[in-house]
Design a protein around this ligand. Structure first.
Ligand SMILES: Nc1ncnc2c1ncn2[C@@H]1O[C@H](COP(=O)(O)OP(=O)(O)OP(=O)(O)O)[C@@H](O)[C@H]1O
Length: 269
């Protein structure tokens, strides 16, 4: 009698490539006498759909790591895979988008036209591949401000525009380098809550660099800590807090315990 065939599901989640896989990454700048090792033997896996925050002392290589993932800085040794491809391929396929500390909006274009910009300069012929700019503005809480010019917006609102613009190509990964670092505390708190909502609504994987331990813990499902000189992984912890988070969670014993633990680790870096 023939044996029953067992169906093998090649799309099983555990077999799918992670969002980002970094293996034995070394990044060196300069050469000869002035060679400088910015990252040494960094290995880390970022699961699909995760929100990973990255923290570490100044100069430990957080931006460098993010830029390597984004194909903006060349890798000296090791490999990076973004959704199973090279960072170059992922960049060409617009699989990720980058949000910087400065919103860098075009001052002469309206909010809506700034968000639409990637549609005009992009290489995707298929406009259905892009999200609807007006819906994105609603998603980031800027409904009704479509016609405003950047100078008419607050810093927090400009950063909301930058996030909407980043989301227009429906990136599967959002790389954020201290996006709220220049904002006042109240605006930053509000945007932190909103980012969690946007993350849940879009299902985008997010890698978020910050200098703030409370911000890293509030946002992160996982916190990646780098140590400096040379830049290397110090810790990669899962944040054991409920996924539904409001700012009030920062007053809980568990939140305070995790931030204290990270602060002690940071002091060793
Ligand atoms: N293009 C470059 N050429 C030479 N050195 C560089 C270059 N980019 C970064 N570095 C150096 O690599 C190290 C890591 O820089 P990086 O900006 O990644 O650190 P960081 O952790 O993001 O710092 P910060 O928290 O201050 O923003 C620093 O010493 C920096 O001076």
């Amino acid at each position: 009698m023939a044996m029953a065939q067992h169906k093998i599901d090649l799309q099983a989640p555990e077999l799918a490539p992670p969002a980002v896989s970094v293996e034995h990454l070394h990044v060196r700048f300069g050469g000869g006498q002035s060679e400088f090792t910015a990252l040494k033997d960094v290995s880390v896996t970022i699961p699909k759909g995760a929100l990973v925050t990255m923290i570490g002392p100044s100069g430990c290589g957080k931006s460098t790591l993010l830029r390597c993932i984004a194909d903006l800085v060349p890798v000296s040794d090791g490999t990076i895979s973004v959704l199973g491809q090279t960072p170059r391929k992922a960049r060409e396929g617009r699989d990720f988008a980058f949000v910087f500390q400065e919103a860098t909006l075009l001052p002469w274009r309206s909010v809506l036209d700034n968000v639409r910009l990637p549609l005009e300069v992009g290489r995707r012929a298929d406009t259905a591949a892009y999200a609807d700019p007006e819906r994105l503005l609603a998603l980031v809480g800027l409904q009704g401000r479509e016609k405003a010019l950047p100078h008419e917006l607050s810093g927090g609102q400009r950063q909301r525009v930058a996030i909407a613009r980043a989301l227009i190509s429906r990136p599967r990964i959002l790389l954020m380098d201290e996006p709220f670092g220049a904002l006042d505390e109240i605006t930053r708190d509000k945007l932190n809550e909103e980012l969690l909502r946007i993350w849940k609504e879009t299902g985008t994987t997010i890698v978020f660099v910050t200098h703030s331990i409370p911000e890293a813990v509030f946002l992160g499902e996982h916190v990646l800590m780098l140590a400096a000189h040379p830049g290397r992984v110090k810790a990669y912890i899962k944040v054991d807090l409920p996924t539904e988070r409001t700012l009030a969670i920062r007053d809980t014993v568990e939140f305070i315990r995790i931030t204290a633990h990270l602060r002690r680790l940071l002091e060793e870096c």
